[in-house]
Design a protein. Structure first.
Length: 406
């Protein structure tokens, strides 16, 4: 381990640079290795049941969620096509094949986010993106204070599950990183504000998270977040003036189509058993309200409410809630048990039967009442909560700090 010559203690700054370099090297080099191995990669992957994953990593890119979002961004830039044209129309712009006739369902503020990849070869950047999303899950855990020797193996295991493979071709791990940053750096308005902005801009339901800085009167954070969202909206409008009407028509139609599919959100499940939809939508705010009356962590109550109130969620949405899973885990033995039970459905071999999302929402609601979840740190590098979490994962030869929380 890297140490300081003066104190003999680990040098965290240098260690972080080394870790960042290793992550970047993995993103750039691993896809090349998969491609170079060629037939051996597919043979081994087929034996292990990862042939689709190996195909994407080796450059034989199929239709993916992130490809859809980048295709919409390319449609935004192409004067002859709308960003909200059907996917089977705009997919060809990035050399992706698809027979999906639905339009992008994300708000116009999300469209500029995919511009950096819009003109790069899809078969080249998708493998790099997949490794980046695997690393993003690990980085989320690292931001939350998980040791490196736990974070990266955990991310690898999650990425190899049936739904984890869908996570790697989506954008939910980015949302997980943003949520972790928003929690970890509440005292840094620029970091927190841009993190909130990323969640709100890419998925409008994240606007509930903005209640935290508003109620806490962190006005600089609020201003930075709103300014970033406005800039993204104005950029999309400047490039395609009809983008708002396109979203209200084609985008809304796509949302309506998805809402008609079998969903695993709390409201959808309650509606399936005969509970009126309006009552189903009231249950989650009621739970959050009771939790607040019991003086539970305001940040995590609001985060849980934003997850529970999301109108559309898929099993692979779990990557976005990793920060909440971390604080539940470190709350004690009950929290550890709840996280293990929540993750158990990921062991399903068939993604069609994975019910990780409603299970996590339900068990995390239990955690809101039964566990003491950590509030955002009051200091950037020495928050007791972070020390406490590192202690819970202490290596056998690592001394524990028994003065945590004083």
């Amino acid at each position: 381990m890297t140490t300081s010559h003066r104190s003999g203690r680990p040098n965290p700054g240098r260690s972080r640079w080394i870790e960042a370099g290793a992550v970047l090297g993995s993103i750039l080099l691993l896809p090349t290795i998969f491609t170079a191995l060629g037939r051996f990669t597919f043979t081994a992957a087929d034996l292990l049941g990862f042939n689709a994953l190996a195909g994407n990593l080796a450059g034989n890119a199929g239709t993916t969620d992130v490809g859809w979002e980048v295709a919409a961004s390319r449609g935004l830039l192409d004067p002859g096509v709308s960003a909200y044209a059907p996917l089977n129309t705009i997919a060809a712009l990035i050399q992706m094949t698809s027979d999906n006739g639905q339009a992008n369902s994300h708000p116009p503020t999300a469209l500029p986010l995919g511009i950096p990849l819009a003109y790069l070869p899809y078969s080249w950047w998708l493998p790099c993106w997949m490794i980046a999303m695997l690393c993003a899950m690990a980085i989320t855990l690292r931001i939350m204070g998980v040791p490196i020797w736990v974070a990266y193996p955990t991310a690898l295991v999650l990425g190899l599950t049936s739904e984890g493979q869908n996570v790697l071709t989506g954008t939910y791990p980015v949302m997980g990183v943003a949520l972790a940053l928003a929690w970890r750096y509440q005292n840094r308005p620029a970091i927190a504000g841009l993190s909130y902005a990323l969640i709100v801009a890419s998925r409008g339901a994240g606007i509930l998270l903005m209640l935290y800085p508003v109620v806490r009167r962190r006005w600089r954070t609020v201003v930075i977040a709103l300014a970033a969202v406005v800039v993204l909206a104005l950029l999309a409008l400047a490039i395609e003036p009809s983008v708002v009407s396109g979203f209200l028509e084609a985008g809304r139609a796509s949302i309506t189509f998805n809402l008609g599919r079998p969903l695993l959100t709390p409201a959808a499940l309650l509606a399936d058993v005969g509970i009126p939809i309006w009552l189903a939508w009231l249950i989650c705010p009621f739970i959050a309200g009771v939790a607040l009356l019991r003086r539970r962590s305001f940040f995590w109550v609001i985060a849980w409410l934003s997850f529970a109130m999301t109108p559309i969620a898929w099993p692979h949405t779990f990557a976005m809630v990793l920060p909440l899973a971390v604080v539940i885990w470190r709350s004690g033995n009950l929290g550890i048990a709840l996280v293990i039970l929540s993750a158990a459905p990921l062991a399903g071999l068939n993604s069609d039967v994975v019910i990780v999302w409603p299970v996590f929402i339900t068990l995390s609601a239990v955690a809101l009442f039964a566990c003491r979840l950590a509030d955002p740190p009051t200091a950037d590098e020495s928050a007791p909560q972070m020390q406490d979490f590192r202690e819970s994962f202490a290596a056998p030869d690592e001394p524990k700090n028994h003065n945590v929380g004083q």
